[in-house]
Design a protein around this ligand. Structure first.
Ligand code: NAD
Ligand code: MLT
Length: 315
């Protein structure tokens, strides 16, 4: 691979480490965030590479207009749903991400949300702040001995499983590319989805948003779940059908839900956000100083390594 990156446009907010590493390795850096599509049409073809987080959308239009000039799109994070990867491939533009850099942070947020659902922490804190002392309203339950279903046993799903086993949860899981033996090595019982629905007390999704996972949790699958099930989505909006979930909560079937990601961001479906049994956070999975330092330095290091002929993190 003889790709040389001499100039990088940083199009989203990113830690200074990214700029420092690139500049210390002789790469020219321009930081220009919050650009409109019209501005990007001009700025992208002026650079060898662009680094984005999730705010800037690298669309087919932008990639086609930058053909022959832009060589690389770097995503400081995991999901590449803001980049048109097929259009990038067509235009011979390399797409790189940093898939491991924020897994631990996303896993820790997931565990925080599961424990918060069990003990109504955000609702109880808000009630106390409002001057109430409503101890009876916030009776919780232990997670110990309860069944957690992890759908998607990749980087984040596996880390969630290990952490909640420490709380004494029985962990079952489903992932089409994981064998029973691989799951068992992590103390996870690999089951089919049909076996999982009626057994799980908590279901957490850690899959990519693709055709096969869109609406993975919907009206039909919720109906197969145990009464009292709680659903968690720290992966991508659209994996859990938001309207079907609210219906299930209102019918008294699902007992609670936690969302960090939404079909539309910021979310417009207020019935979900304002539901008393729902805890929601504004896409904070990777929002830790630790993860942000890692994504910033990893994407910069990957570009430096690419210039040296070693390719890391290419999709
Ligand atoms: P990963 O690629 O390591 O793991 C995903 C797993 O899902 C894979 O093992 C894959 O085989 C499995 N899978 C695919 N299709 C499936 C299906 N139909 N049913 C069950 N499993 C299936 O990904 P990851 O790094 O663990 O990330 C998981 C999700 O979390 C992604 O959607 C990612 O974008 C998201 N994410 C969110 C945040 C956040 O800020 N909330 C942060 C990082 C990642
Ligand atoms: C990711 O895909 O890395 C996360 O959703 C967090 C982010 O978008 O920064």
């Amino acid at each position: 691979m003889s790709l040389q990156i001499n100039s990088v446009l940083i199009a989203d907010d990113i830690e200074q480490e990214c700029v420092d590493i690139l500049q210390n390795n002789g790469i020219k850096v321009t930081v220009q965030t919050k650009q409109t599509k019209e501005q990007l049409l001009v700025s992208l073809p002026q650079h060898d590479a662009v680094i984005v987080r999730s705010a800037t959308k690298i669309t087919a239009d932008l990639l086609n207009a930058s053909a022959g000039k832009l060589k690389l799109v770097g995503r400081a994070g995991t999901g590449v749903d803001n980049i048109d990867v097929p259009a990038a491939t067509q235009n011979k533009v390399l797409v790189m991400n940093t898939p491991q850099a924020n897994s631990r942070s996303a896993a820790e947020l997931t565990c925080t949300l599961i424990l918060s659902l069990a003990r109504h922490v955000p609702q109880a804190a808000a009630s106390l702040r409002n001057g109430k002392w409503a101890r009876k309203d916030y009776m919780g339950e232990e997670v110990y001995g309860r069944t957690l279903a992890v759908l998607g046993l990749g980087r984040i799903g596996s880390e969630v499983a290990v952490r909640l086993q420490a709380f004494g949860m029985r962990v079952v899981g489903y992932d089409p590319i994981v064998t029973k033996e691989q799951a068992a090595a992590k103390n996870i019982e690999l089951l089919s989805l049909e076996e999982i629905w009626p057994q799980a007390d908590y279901i957490t999704v850690h899959v990519p948003l693709i055709k096969q996972t869109e609406n993975l949790i919907n009206k039909e699958t919720l109906a197969k779940c145990k009464k009292g099930v709680r659903i968690v989505n720290v992966a991508r909006g659209g994996i859990v059908n938001e309207v079907d979930l609210v219906e299930s909560l209102n019918a008294g079937h699902a007992k609670g839900a936690a969302f960090d990601v939404f079909e539309q961001e910021p979310p417009t479906y207020r019935e979900l956000i304002e539901h008393p049994a729902v805890i929601s956070t504004p896409h904070l999975g990777a929002s830790t100083i630790d993860a942000q330092l890692r994504v910033a330095s990893e994407i910069a290091e990957n570009i430096v390594q690419l210039n040296k002929g070693t390719v890391l993190g290419v999709l």
